[in-house]
Design a protein around this ligand. Structure first.
Ligand code: FAD
Length: 527
């Protein structure tokens, strides 16, 4: 099929199966599988693909128990395998138990309701249909715990947190939270039924679902997750101190080692994650101007135009300290005044490092990460500061509409985004990141009509990247990739509609403007 007909790509959270991989993947697997056999020309399948992708994203953390796949029966290569698996209609949903034999062609789900929440609950039921013998290897217990086992926890010290979800018989919240926390270390989750009145009373639970938390130090109490919903319970637990995602590269404690053995030599700088740090922004600018761009001997053509627009955007919008802003403005005046179509980068460095310094204009040349600190030198840092910088700039463009007046970027609601796009594809050292970002930009950046939409666009795309990178090698185990802002930062940003997490976007916009606004930037740790 043509490029356009591909309903799923590697960037989606689904596993794309083909004739070459289907059997070896699903047969004798340690996890269960739910596979959609589709046809790329079938209208239903096309319409349904956003739901399937959303489902796969929603249950990505369950993948050590059950995984989501797709197989395109319209692809010539797959004709035979679809016949062998007796696929007659599209889409066909097939469940495959864990540890299945190599003749298993799965069990078809025929229900008319294919809504995300329904299918997600079916997945839970399906997992529970396994027996002790074929139970998915790493899947935790999903049955309710016994009262005496819970009571025995009271007052005990333990190595990690233990959360108990108390719920009605027909509720799925407990099992969903248990599965959501599967890839996390430092916490385990169990469920009990609210029909156990004595236990309810003992724990002081009056409304369900509820969550009760036993701390490692032996204290315990009802968990205040703000809203009694799956997403809030799961997020609360993932954010507990000491709870972190298992790292695929290393199962050791992240504070002491990392995948490539680069140890932290610097002292840890305490910070508040509800703030933005000027030290990160200035360190990022320093790295960008003196290291990343300095890899180019000369700038010309498209590179020079991109550099000029980048300097315009930061000089006009960066809410920095006066000496830094003045430095950027002077740099901009200098570039604009040059009649050249090619500049040697040494001249930029000379200006930034020597000439301006004489007049007191100075950008620190030390890298000092604060909110962008990683648990080792190979994590976070520069890319984190770049995201932060561009979020700050999109917010400034939205709250100071005249800031770009009399520049080439005047009156363009996409000014910051398009400049970022060109910077990332032209200069950002991580080329693969550039390709991914360009794909996202091509798809939807053009539709941004206002500066408020630009703020939201960047937030949405950053979350898309977070989703894709969750659990990847580049993830700092101390700072797991999450959908941001998490409920502890902004409880009212989150809602649930028909059992599915949803954002309240107007509230998110207000939050972003506050969080990335000039008054929330802390000068702490700047020299
Ligand atoms: P970051 O993702 O860098 O986020 C920094 C901070 O921004 C977070 O700590 C949080 O406070 C805040 N934040 C998080 N999410 C949002 C949001 N949705 N909206 C607003 N603020 C938010 N790495 C790869 O391995 N592959 C890639 O393809 C890739 N593409 C990238 C593309 C771009 C344009 C950039 C700038 C970086 C890319 N990276 C990629 C790097 C990756 O996204 C992270 O920056 C890096 O792994 C460091 O992660 P972090 O934990 O510091 O958080």
């Amino acid at each position: 099929p043509s490029q356009a007909a591909r309903l799923y790509t590697e960037d989606d959270p689904v596993t794309i199966l083909t004739t070459d991989t289907l059997k070896q993947t699903i047969h004798n697997s340690t996890t269960a599988w739910l596979v959609q056999f589709y046809s790329s020309w079938c209208g239903h399948c096309i319409q349904y693909s956003p739901t399937w992708k959303a489902l796969a994203g929603d249950v990505k953390d369950w993948e050590q128990a059950i995984r989501i796949g797709v197989l395109d029966c319209a692809h010539e290569k797959n004709f035979d395998i679809c016949k062998e698996f007796e696929i007659h209609f599209y889409p066909t949903f097939r469940y495959f138990k864990a540890h299945g034999s190599n003749t298993d062609i799965g069990k078809t789900y025929r229900g008319p309701d294919r809504e995300l929440q329904t299918v997600r609950q079916l997945m839970v039921n399906f997992l529970q249909n396994h027996t002790k013998q074929d139970w998915p290897t790493r899947c935790p217990l999903l049955e309710p715990s016994r009262t005496e086992d819970i009571l025995a926890l009271i007052g005990q010290k333990r190595e990690q947190y233990m959360a108990i979800i108390i719920e009605d018989t027909d509720s799925y919240v407990g099992r969903e939270v248990i599965l959501d926390l599967m890839p996390y270390e430092g916490v385990s989750v169990r469920r009990v039924l609210s029909s156990d009145k004595a236990l309810m009373e003992r724990l002081g639970v009056t409304a369900v679902p509820a969550a009760y938390l036993f701390h490692p130090n032996g204290t315990h109490g009802l968990m205040d997750a703000q809203k009694r919903l799956r997403f809030f319970f799961s997020s609360f637990l993932k954010l507990l101190p000491g709870v972190h995602r298992q790292s695929p590269a290393s199962h050791q404690s992240p504070a002491h080692s990392s995948s490539n053995g680069q140890k932290r030599t610097e002292e840890w700088r305490e910070f508040d994650k509800s703030k933005v740090y000027m030290a990160d922004l200035e360190s990022g600018l320093h790295y960008l101007l003196r290291v990343e761009l300095a890899r180019h001997q000369t700038l010309e053509g498209e590179q020079l135009r991109t550099f000029k627009d980048f300097v315009t955007v930061v000089a006009k919008l960066f809410p920095g300290r006066p000496s830094v802003v003045k430095l950027l403005e002077t740099l901009l005046e200098w570039i604009v005044s040059l009649p050249l179509d090619k500049i040697p980068y040494d001249a930029v460095l000379d200006l930034v490092n020597n000439k301006m310094r004489i007049s007191g204009l100075f950008l620190s040349d030390r890298v000092q990460w604060v909110g962008c600190q990683g648990s080792s030198a190979s994590f976070r840092g520069y890319p984190c500061s770049l995201w932060t910088l561009f979020h700050v700039l999109t917010v400034q463009a939205a709250v100071r509409p005249d800031a770009l007046a009399n520049t080439a970027l005047e009156d363009d609601p996409q000014a910051v985004l398009q400049t970022m796009r060109r910077y990332i594809t032209t200069f950002f050292g991580c080329q693969e990141c550039g390709h991914h970002f360009e794909e996202m930009a091509k798809e939807s950046m053009g539709a941004v009509k206002t500066t408020d939409e630009a703020v939201l666009w960047l937030w949405r795309k950053h979350n898309q990247v977070n989703r894709r990178l969750a659990g990847a090698m580049s993830e700092d185990p101390l700072f797991p990739k999450t959908q941001w802002p998490t409920p502890d930062l902004c409880p009212t940003c989150h809602e649930e509609r028909s059992g599915i997490h949803a954002w309240d976007e107007p509230t998110v916009l207000d939050f972003l403007k506050r969080h990335y606004g000039a008054t929330n930037i802390s000068p702490k740790y700047t020299l």
